[in-house]
Design a protein around this ligand. Structure first.
Ligand SMILES: [Zn+2]
Ligand SMILES: [Zn+2]
Length: 140
């Protein structure tokens, strides 16, 4: 399969490099829940699902570390995979997506992904009071 997308962590040398050979499955979404804002160190996360098998780690596989949240809103465990060298989160696997064999890739780790606009906003009740919704995005 050929690469449609490429991505990397923040490491300048010897970090995680990956390619994705599929198109995203669901719309791009952003989540403002406590885990996502804290994990991002910002307003929240922006992410999109890809089939796990379409993600090919080209280098730095040994750096990928998993942290499992247990006190999630759904009550089900959620895995977060990050680079143990630079700390960047690559993707998460909440229980539902794990069963579907999909990963929720954080769009900013994709080359050009910063411009992928969310069309769905999650946990909007927890969105910072000083910001506003994404124009045209569904509110959940
Ligand atoms: Zn890194
Ligand atoms: Zn969240």
């Amino acid at each position: 399969m050929s690469a449609k997308y490429t991505g990397k962590c923040l490491c300048e040398e010897g970090g995680i490099r990956f390619t994705i050979s599929a198109e995203p499955i669901d719309p791009v979404c952003t989540c403002y829940c406590g885990h996502c804002s804290k994990g991002a160190g910002g307003l929240g996360q922006v992410m999109v699902a890809f089939p796990e098998e379409s993600i090919d780690i080209e280098s730095g596989k040994e750096l990928i570390t998993t942290f499992t949240f247990k006190n999630t809103d759904s009550g089900k465990p959620k895995d977060k995979m990050f680079c143990k060298s630079c700390g960047v989160t690559l993707w998460t696997a909440p229980e539902h997506w794990k069963q579907l064999k999909q990963l929720l890739v954080r769009t900013p780790v994709l080359d050009g992904g910063i411009d992928w606009k969310p069309t769905v906003e999650l946990s909007t009740s927890k969105r910072a009071k000083w910001t506003s919704s994404v124009a045209g995005a569904a509110q959940q």
